[in-house]
Design a binder for this molecule. Structure first.
Ligand SMILES: NC(=O)c1ccc[n+]([C@@H]2O[C@H](COP(=O)([O-])OP(=O)(O)OC[C@H]3O[C@@H](n4cnc5c(N)ncnc54)[C@H](O)[C@@H]3O)[C@@H](O)[C@H]2O)c1
Length: 377
């Protein structure tokens, strides 16, 4: 999903501009890469562009270790984009670093804090970038809030509430094969975005987590925590509540519902940050079935700027562009740049965002223990 909807088109656009060279995509089956290669949206936007496929042909069955071969084919200091299910990120990242490759991992980087620390150490030792693709950071509204908060214009964050509920129909997708109780849950999968964003805006760090999850069944009968309610306590005592689910009605407008409200305290008054991240002010009614929509012009859209093809726009594209540009910069200017990237804190890296793994790890422990509070050391 994320490869088709955001990552590959962003890379194709960078390739079209001459900023990157050849692209290869590896999945565990030929059918998966073939379907991606044949996607109509990609052909329409990027006529004549293609990628090298792993596996290259039918009849070889599932090849879950083929990514090792794909990585081994690369010259050193290219970039490996890790967009496999959450629980597989770690092995692919470690293999990429061992082969001297920069890494762009979709969130969450890994599922254990210790692994994030080890990855950060290894990336520094080798002078490589390991970036985590938290694209909400590149939404201008996040950058506006961060700047104003850090200028003191909102005072101090006190109470917050965030939600991100995906549509019910997500249950029918490949999620049912991996987003199951033993691997993940709705908070781990999508709640981490808002935990990351609160840190991104405020600079605060999470101190304890409790996650209450309701077990439910995917259509294939497997169990998942498909409804979650999390409470995160921050280093200044502030409290953020995050609700997540694969349960937003299919008939409701938009592709999901999501947003963040932060109630803050000034010297003598209250202050407020309130983002509707789903409703971006557009109401469309197409002709035909499923006619009403509230599309987001801000995350990822294709626009026609005169061709050939279409141009991807939005913070989904800008996020990938920023990470690829940072890796190119490290190659050009040397590994000293890594310290600057970590300190700037705009791109999430293994070194500057491992609080996210601490929250996920604590959240998993909490949800598996009925929602009890887990303190982050
Ligand atoms: N908003 C976001 O930042 C965002 C949104 C969606 C997904 N994601 C993340 O992206 C990752 C993938 O999610 P998705 O929604 O695209 O899921 P998906 O199930 O659509 O895609 C996962 C892909 O990984 C492939 N795969 C599985 N095992 C493999 C292996 N051993 N070798 C090679 N390929 C393998 C599968 O074939 C599948 O194509 C997850 O970590 C998810 O959390 C992030």
């Amino acid at each position: 999903m994320i490869a088709l909807d955001q990552i590959l088109p962003s890379l194709y656009h960078l390739q079209r501009q001459g900023r990157i060279g050849a692209i290869a995509v590896c999945a565990s089956t030929y059918e998966t890469v073939r379907t991606l290669a044949d996607a109509e949206s990609l052909h329409r936007a990027f006529p004549g562009q293609s990628f090298r496929m792993y596996p290259a042909s039918l009849g070889q069955g599932r090849q879950p270790e083929l990514y090792r071969e794909a990585i081994a084919q690369l010259p050193p200091r290219q970039i490996v984009v890790v967009a496999v299910p959450d629980q597989l990120h770690h092995d692919v990242i470690v293999a990429a670093l061992a082969a001297d490759q920069h890494v762009c991992a979709v969130k969450p980087l890994v599922l254990a804090h210790r692994q994030a620390v080890e990855i950060a150490q290894e990336s520094r030792r080798r002078g490589l970038l390991v970036a985590v693709e938290y694209h909400k950071r590149f939404d201008d509204r996040s950058l506006m809030a961060r700047r104003a908060y850090r200028e003191g214009r909102f005072g101090e964050f006190r109470l917050g509430t965030a939600c991100l509920l995906e549509k019910w129909y997500y249950r029918n997708s490949n999620f049912q094969n991996w987003m199951t109780s033993e691997n993940s849950d709705a908070f781990t999968y999508i709640g981490c975005h808002y935990v990351d964003l609160v840190h991104f805006i405020t600079g605060l760090l999470p101190r304890s987590v409790s996650v209450y999850g309701i077990p439910d069944r995917f259509p294939n009968g497997r169990e998942g925590y498909l409804w979650t309610d999390a409470r995160v306590i921050w280093s200044n005592g502030a409290c953020l509540n995050v609700q997540n689910a694969l349960g937003f009605p299919d008939a409701a407008p938009g592709t999901n519902t999501q947003g963040l409200t932060m109630y803050c305290q000034g010297a003598t008054d209250g202050a407020l940050i309130s983002h509707s991240d789903q409703y971006r002010g557009l109401k469309y009614c197409y002709s035909g079935p499923a006619s009403y929509a509230e599309p987001s012009p801000d995350y990822f859209q294709y626009v026609d700027l005169g061709g050939p093809g279409l141009v991807p726009v939005g913070y989904g594209y800008r996020s990938i562009e920023a990470i690829v540009a940072a890796a190119i910069r490290v190659n050009a200017e040397g590994p000293g740049v890594l310290e600057e990237i970590d300190r700037a804190g705009i791109i999430a890296t293994a070194a500057n965002s491992s609080y996210n793994e601490a929250v996920i790890e604590a959240g998993r422990e909490s949800i598996l223990n009925g929602g009890r509070e887990v303190v982050i050391a």
